[in-house]
Design a protein around this ligand. Structure first.
Ligand SMILES: *Cc1c(COP(=O)(O)O)cnc(C)c1O
Length: 473
């Protein structure tokens, strides 16, 4: 038997064996309710997740999921302790210890799995982590097992989050000797194909990317990856499952900075990885390929320890309930703001996939659509909340505009209910250096704008006032 599914039943005490049998019945009930939850529509899944009336009655009738602020679980007997250690699967009520599992983080984990797996005809599993970066680390490092004879490589879009760029180029390339093959234009499929060889471990892409809002074709990249027996890993943070579900387009693993639009109130750092069953991979054990997210949760995450706190899980869970309505509003506002900026005399160029001038516009319109859109929602394409604009007059003018903002916050963040702006060249992408910034395409006069839930007219007014300062030397 595998390590995930516990040790051989014959080797445990008869009492523990009886506990395991009881837990199996409980597990069947949980699985049956998960099926009910999964059959609901997107908004209902976001609101309720896998927490239902029956479980509420076991929790003093609490309508909202309780925060289990306890590091560990008490057991009724030594038999139960022994049984719980046998099946470290994240099933409530055998969660044991919060680094391994916790009921509140499990509510979030299951909800995100159901949302990311919405419309997907296979099963999915999820693992939440302490940050987006830890999710990206946990989603990629299992593929980098060192083999004495091989010089392994990974193929990744250079249009990615600054932290991901550092993880790959410093932690993986400089420290571990992984050959990172950066793709400059993720839309150029031949450059992906050309970069793959027999030592490639995975393909990695972020769409839309932060801060460049580059769009990549997930299904074509999945086809290329699978043609070589490789997994495609997609960072879908900016789209969220309300607009794009990469697993339905063929991706193997999806990663999220849950910190961002999923946790839009901005009170917690969190991450998640969600995988389909049976991923493509040339390396790793069978149990890793069978159920990647569960494997990560039960083994590498147990050993490396990037557990999410139950408090953070709860605050995020509350934000996730309104995800679809929020991303709809933010996307509509962002389009209006992008159109305003596009016509402004102090703006050189606007980067937003919702504008027809964006090279990925048509692909984005196909790939990012409001989930469960009805006639009252209008056309279903949505382009999310993130954009960039280059200020006429260079970096100094960009800083004047930035310093002139009076409602839009100057902060390194995005996906918030509050609008936030950053100059990536001096913030997220400062440490990449000139060559790194050139590779990631981050010009010094670029302002990245994350549009929030304010009234569009107020956001536009703030930008208009600040842009008037651009020309003033
Ligand atoms: C913020 C971000 C990350 C990193 O997430 P943290 O929660 O800050 O660790 C990864 N990818 C994208 C696209 C991001 O915006």
């Amino acid at each position: 038997m595998s390590e995930i599914h516990g040790i051989e039943l014959e080797s445990v005490s008869p009492g523990a064996r009886r506990c395991i049998e009881r837990a199996k019945t409980e597990g069947e009930r949980t699985a049956a309710f998960r099926k009910v939850a999964r059959s609901r529509r997107f908004d209902s899944i976001a609101v309720h997740g896998i927490y239902g009336m029956e479980e509420a009655l076991q929790n003093q009738g609490a309508v909202m999921e309780p925060i289990y602020a306890s590091t560990s679980q008490h057991f009724a007997s030594s038999d139960e302790v022994e049984a719980a250690e046998c099946f470290l699967a994240p099933a409530v009520p055998a969660w044991v210890y919060t680094r391994i599992a916790n009921p509140t983080t499990y509510y979030l984990e299951s909800t995100l799995g159901l949302l990311e797996g919405y419309d997907f005809d296979g099963e999915v599993s999820a693992c939440v982590t302490s940050s987006g970066m830890s999710a990206i680390h946990m989603a990629t490092s299992p593929f980098l097992d060192v083999r004495p004879s091989a010089h392994m490589n990974i193929v990744a879009s250079a249009k990615c989050y600054g932290g991901t760029f550092m993880l790959f180029s410093l932690r993986y390339a400089a420290e571990r000797g992984v050959d990172v093959r950066w793709i400059r234009d993720p839309l150029d499929l031949t450059s992906w194909e050309a970069a793959i060889d027999k030592e490639t471990r995975f393909l990695y892409v972020e769409t839309p990317s932060n801060p460049g809002v580059a769009i990549a074709d997930i299904s074509s990249l999945a086809g290329i990856a699978h043609g070589s027996g490789l997994p495609l890993i997609v960072d879908s943070t900016v789209a969220t499952p309300a607009l794009q579900r990469p697993l339905t387009l063929g991706a193997d693993i999806v990663v999220h900075s849950v910190t961002k639009c999923l946790g839009a109130s901005g009170t917690a750092i969190a991450g998640a990885l969600i995988s389909r069953l049976g991923i493509s991979s040339r390396v790793g054990t069978e149990e890793m390929r069978d159920d990647f997210a569960l494997y990560v949760k039960v083994l590498p995450a147990r050993d490396q320890g990037p557990a999410l706190s139950p408090m953070a899980a709860f605050t995020v869970l509350n934000d996730v309930r309104t995800l679809r309505a929020r991303i709809d509003q933010m996307s509509r506002t962002a389009l209006a703001v992008a159109q305003f900026l596009d016509g402004h005399p102090s703006v050189d160029r606007v980067w937003y996939p919702g504008l027809p001038s964006h090279p990925g516009h048509r692909l984005a319109a196909r790939q990012m659509r409001l989930v469960d859109a009805e006639p009252r929602d209008g056309t279903p394409e949505r382009f999310s909340f993130l954009m960039g604009f280059e200020v006429k007059g260079g970096p100094a003018a960009a800083r004047r505009v930035y310093d002139g903002l009076s409602m839009i916050y100057r902060a390194t963040d995005l996906g918030r209910v509050k609008s936030i702006a950053t100059i990536p060249a001096i913030a997220t992408h400062q440490r990449l250096g000139d060559t790194g910034r050139e590779l990631a395409e981050v010009p010094a006069n670029l302002i990245r704008l994350s549009v929030g839930c304010e009234h569009p007219a107020d956001i536009i007014e703030d930008l208009d006032r600040a842009l008037a300062l651009a020309a003033k030397a």
